[in-house]
Design a protein around this ligand. Sequence first.
Ligand SMILES: [Zn+2]
Ligand SMILES: [Zn+2]
Length: 275
Amino acid sequence: MKFGTHVSIAGGVFNAPERAAAVGCETFQMFTRSPRGGAAPKLTSDIIAQFKKNCATFSFSKCYVHAPYYVNLASDNTTIAKSSMSIIKEELQRCSLLGVTAMMMHVGSAREQDRNQALAKAIVGLKEIVKNYKGSTKFLLEISAGSGNVIGDTFEEVATLLKALPAKVGVCFDTAHAFASGYDLRTPKAVQTTFKKFDTVIGLKRLALVHGNDSRVDFNSHVDRHWHIGKGKIGREGFKAIINHPKLKNVDMILETPEAEMDTVNLGVVKKLRG
Ligand SMILES: [Zn+2]
Ligand SMILES: [Zn+2]
């Protein structure tokens, strides 16, 4: 298991590898565009070459991208659903150009709609995204914290989405989200049980990345509040068990903890917990 954090792309995506190296990352995650909106900055061949060169310079063989937050494939507003679809499509192409390992997205929210209706809509969008996709970046759906009517908070629901999609689509397991959704991760035993359940319902071979975030809120509280590793409600013991889980050896962990100036400290904590 390699560790990384989410790093800023201020000044250009090619700045991300150096920033990641500076805080002690072994891999890293970034956005390729503003996560809150607006057109994506162009990826010229110069920018792509420079990004790849910097990844090599700082010895990053793998890196990850988080898709923008504002997309909603389940929206009952056709314009939003369609634009979400094209943004994710475009983002996967951009990631492939950059040689990104995998890109994860939050599928969306049912809001006021009937849950099954929203799920059906999300599936239509997801199918459309992967239909003619031939890029090299793996596409991942992220487990959600289940706040409001957000889709993908249970393993069963994620499995429903995946069943409609090709086997190459994977999952990003966010520890804080899963914990808030009612999957206990506080003790070695709880971690065993949770990943066993994941394996039964989704399949561990679908697990492509872990977002390692402690939780500021209690177990099963259905709120998304990331916190510093070992200082939250999951705690060190839980993280130690996750990090050293034999089935997660080849899965990387990206920290999305608050306060960038704490990144080195949080990376130090997880590195120490690695057996
Ligand atoms: Zn996320
Ligand atoms: Zn979160």
